[in-house]
Design a protein around this ligand. Structure first.
Ligand code: MN
Length: 256
């Protein structure tokens, strides 16, 4: 089986490139904001244990604190009430952590309207141009939102609440129930649009995808460096026992 040797050779000679789709993880990493009556996720923080000093003369290390859904992260099915009997993050099959990806580019639409929603028609048009969506693959939604690196710009609060792009309820339902995809990846803090609290059902990407044993990837970057089809995404979350999600280093392999 020369396949792995071929892969390593292609990585060495640059004919396969590794693209980092992960946002930097720090105290500045934007996080989801819920209405004040709900529990809130924590920012990522480091607390130093020792740094070559009297607390540990030869070693530097930190404790860290974070929500499971902070920064670039993986949503497990049990994150949502509709998927409560589904897999926790440690139980997501490892085979699903390496998967093909297609990239739908809606940056122009989102530039014109921050509340832009992807509809089934957009996915039909994509398939007419690029062929069928990949079985067991990711649909990565390229919105340009990853250029917004501050909390304020990422959440984009308006008088009616957060304004950020996403997917309509009908489209989320189609992805969950009809498409061969295993999940969607987005550049925003969560897979749903900023206004999705007002959708029917509320937060349809979470409700439909996680309720159908599918997944979400949030706060991706560098989607502009991926081709519309042909990338392979490697997204292994931490094996948090019983957890609902995890920060994840997301890499894409692309053929140069
Ligand atoms: Mn999440």
């Amino acid at each position: 089986m020369p396949v792995l040797a071929d892969l390593l050779a292609a990585l060495s000679d640059g004919s396969i490139e590794v693209i980092d789709l992960t946002a930097p993880l720090s105290e500045e990493t934007p996080i989801l904001e819920l209405p004040p009556e709900f529990g809130q996720t924590q920012r990522f923080t480091l607390s130093e244990i020792s740094r070559y000093d009297d607390r540990g003369p030869a070693w530097y290390w930190n404790n860290f604190h974070t929500g499971e859904h902070t920064g670039t992260h993986f949503d497990a099915p049990n994150h949502w009430v509709t998927g409560q009997d589904g897999a926790s993050i440690d139980a997501v099959p490892v085979r699903d952590l390496i998967a093909p990806a297609v990239v739908l580019d809606v940056t122009a639409e989102v530039e014109a309207d921050p509340d832009f929603l992807i509809e089934v028609a957009h996915l039909e048009a994509f398939q007419e141009t690029h062929g069928p969506l990949p079985a067991g693959g990711w649909l990565l939604c390229r919105t340009g939102w990853s250029s917004r690196t501050s909390q304020e710009d990422m959440i984009n609060n308006t008088q009616t609440g957060p304004a950020s792009p996403g997917m309509s309820a009908a489209c989320a339902r189609w992805v969950a129930e009809e498409s061969p995809l295993q999940g969607i990846g987005v550049e925003t803090v969560g897979t749903d649009a900023g206004a999705a609290h007002s959708f029917d059902p509320p937060f349809p990407c979470h409700a439909f995808l996680l309720g159908n044993d599918k997944y979400g990837l949030a706060q991706l970057q560098n989607l502009d460096r991926l081709p519309p089809t042909g990338a392979v995404v490697i997204a292994p979350p931490l094996k948090i026992v019983g957890g609902s999600g995890s920060p994840v280093r997301v890499l894409a392999l692309v053929e140069g």
